[in-house]
Design a binder for this molecule. Structure first.
Ligand code: TSJ
Length: 652
């Protein structure tokens, strides 16, 4: 492209050259992420304009030539000369570091603050950058380039100073730039990355139209959320079973701070608070989140008291109890933001706490005081009660496993038939479904190294079992004590008393459910057992085939078919449960290491497994039913192990 500059006219911009020397200081990395940062700087400027009520549309285009452009229909960057610098406002924006503040602070109620290091950084790290301003009936243009002078590269040099280039009835700003490929090697803009960012931005700025166009692939997306962060929360909870609808929403302004909050509860145990200050994410929270949390705790405690929802037997709530299953978006706008922490992703302004707390307390109190929202309050309190009970159960379980020799001293010891060996490396613990099968197993085992813990089927068998109820279960607590290595964060795998822990349950739906509960329990509270390969699923035979004077046990349908092929005069006994076997049979088929068949549970991909377990164990009855139906062939116990993506080490 022909440029109308003469090298002697070149204005070397020391600030921008500094950016070029140390890009990492300004944009973090010189990888793809850093390159996207150039685009965020530009987009943020446009969003600032429309978020403050000037214009309503921002269009982002990813071009075939590696450039990106951003256009808005705001007022247009000021073109008049800066009183001190004597250059156009446009040139100030693109050549002076942190120029954003000079304009932003005085013109925008809420400015992005130090977040945007400014459009000048984008200019400094671009091969070229062009800007067109539509303002007051005129069209203006300027171009900046990276140029070489005396063998040195200079960044962001104005090669075409801002000039009027025609008339227009449009208004707004258009910026297009080519990231410098000497800084960002082999990088290209990623559609999904940009889309995700724009979507978040669109949620946070309700009513703003944001369009993303990818000319390289002809993909495009139009984003506009009239509900703002309400829509954000609704999207976040869409496939997670929200407890009510629509999300709670409050907003207000106090002392020049705008606070908005949308929240919802879903049927799980974690909390997710997404907080923002001036559209900037604060994943490490900070003073605004603290303010919100204390408001939430206070308002819900008051609600419970006022409505007599706490009975004598109920525990007092702590803040955490009100945040189980919470999905919230907290977005505030204020001046002079200060970020803290290593990554500057935590709000530090002390004044923000009181302001957010005040707006949230007032808004939430009003919300729950309304008769029509009473039921929502009740739902949340019920959920908090479950959370507080779970908390107490975990605490009890921890105490139990901490108590020295707890298992020997425990009244529960009767349940466990321990082995005599103290050598953990050879010891095995069989968790057996049902008292009767447990009794048989106690007779059948090799008591030197095999311990048996019978698990009553019933208390664990209901469709919906929360982990607190699981923990409250006597046998589970015995199990924690027996394993002897603690629970949760305090779990010490080096202290386990059994090298192999074998789950032995019936080949039916109840058995499958017990297995899933135990695995979820191990996964959540004793994960090293799974990753270290200590957990096994025992496979009792499904059939006994008797012919002449020979008895053969078959563990799968295939085995049965294989064995009975060509066999005459035989009888097949189908085992419906462990209880149908006598001690000798149980030893031969299921306990004796020489014959037994079992699958080692190893979590290759623990995340995936967690998802499966959550689907299975979670409160979404439909998906669990679906899952169970899909795997309804209980003859194939190993279906389960396969689903966990494990390759069983089969011992036979
Ligand atoms: F990043 C950027 F600076 F290059 C950039 C800024 C890029 C794009 C695409 C748009 C913008 C931008 C800036 N859009 N709108 C504005 N508005 C102003 O800079 C502006 C306009 C008028 C007044 C005023 O007081 O009249 C004040 C400001 C800050």
């Amino acid at each position: 492209m022909a440029s109308s500059y003469d090298s002697k006219d070149l204005i070397v911009l020391e600030g921008l050259d500094a950016v070029r020397m140390r890009p990492g200081m300004y944009i973090g990395t010189t990888g793809v992420k850093g390159m996207h940062h150039l685009l965020w700087e530009i987009i943020d400027n446009s969003i600032d304009e429309v978020a403050n009520g000037y214009g309503n549309k921002v269009e982002v285009t990813l071009h075939k030539d590696g450039t990106a452009s951003v256009m808005d229909n705001g007022r247009g960057i000021p073109v008049s000369p800066h009183p001190k610098l004597k250059i156009s406002g446009v040139e100030v924006v693109f050549t002076q570091l942190h120029a954003g503040g000079k304009f932003g602070d005085s013109n925008y109620k809420y400015s992005g603050g130090l977040h945007g290091v400014g459009a000048s950084v984008t200019n400094a790290l671009s091969r070229w950058l062009e800007v067109t301003v539509y303002k007051d009936g005129k069209k203006y243009f300027a171009r900046f380039e990276s140029v070489e002078k005396n063998g040195k590269i200079h960044s962001g040099v104005p090669v075409e100073h801002l000039k009027e280039v025609g008339n227009t009835n449009l208004k707004g700003t258009y910026v297009r730039f080519l990231p410098d490929d000497r800084v960002f090697k082999d990088c290209r803009f990623d559609y999904e990355t940009v889309l995700e960012r724009l979507k978040e931005t669109a949620f946070l700025n309700k009513g703003v139209h944001i369009e993303l166009i990818d000319e390289r692939t002809n993909k495009r997306e139009n984003l506009c959320f009239e509900g703002g962060i309400r829509d954000y929360v609704a999207t976040l909870t869409a496939d997670r079973k929200p407890l009510f609808y629509p999300p709670i929403f409050i907003e207000n302004e106090i002392e020049d701070t705008y606070v908005s909050l949308a929240m919802q509860y879903v049927d799980n145990y974690t909390d997710s608070i997404f907080s923002y200050v001036n559209n900037i994410p604060t994943p490490d929270g900070g003073t605004h989140e603290v303010g919100f949390k204390s408001a939430l705790t206070k308002v819900l405690n008051d609600f419970a008291k006022k409505n007599n929802l706490l009975k004598d037997k109920d525990l007092a709530f702590i803040g955490d109890d009100f945040r189980e299953g919470l999905v919230a978006v907290l977005s505030i706008r204020m001046k002079n933001v200060q970020f803290e922490g290593q990554t500057k992703t935590k709000l530090g302004n002390v004044e923000a706490k009181a302001r957010v707390e005040s707006v949230c307390t007032q808004g939430l109190t009003e919300f729950f005081a309304s008769k029509k929202n009473e039921n929502i309050g009740n739902i949340i309190i019920e959920k908090a009660k479950v959370a507080s009970r779970a908390r107490a159960a975990v605490k009890r379980a921890k105490e139990l496993s901490h108590a020295k020799n707890s298992i020997e001293n425990s009244v529960l010891v009767g349940k466990l038939a321990n082995c005599t060996s103290k050598d953990a490396s050879i010891n095995e613990l069989y968790i057996v479904e049902g008292n009767s099968a447990g009794g048989t197993a106690k007779q059948a085992r090799d008591r030197y190294y095999q311990a048996i813990l019978p698990l009553r089927g019933k208390p664990l068998n209901s469709e919906k079992k929360r982990i607190d109820q699981v923990l409250a279960n006597e046998e589970i607590r015995t199990l924690i004590g027996a394993i002897g290595a603690g629970i949760g964060e305090d779990f010490k795998p080096e202290n386990i008393k059994y090298n192999k822990i074998i789950i032995l349950s019936d080949a039916d739906q109840d058995g499958m459910h017990i297995r899933s509960i135990l695995l979820t329990f191990f996964f959540r509270y004793m994960r090293p057992l799974i990753t270290n390969g200590n957990i096994y699923i025992g496979m009792p035979p499904l059939y006994k085939v008797t012919s002449k004077d020979k008895e053969v046990y078959c563990y799968t349908d295939d085995e049965l078919a294989e064995h009975t092929k060509g066999l005459k005069n035989y009888e097949v006994q189908r085992y419906k449960g462990l209880g149908e076997m006598d001690a000798e049979q149980l030893w031969t088929t299921t306990l004796d290491p020489k014959n037994r068949n079992m699958i080692r549970v190893t979590l290759e991909d623990s995340l995936k497994a967690d998802m499966i377990i959550t689907t299975w164990m979670g409160d979404d009855v439909t998906s669990r039913k679906e899952y169970i139906n899909r795997n309804a062939n209980f003859n194939k116990i190993d279906n389960f192990a396969n689903k966990l993506e494990e390759v069983g080490s089969e011992e036979r």
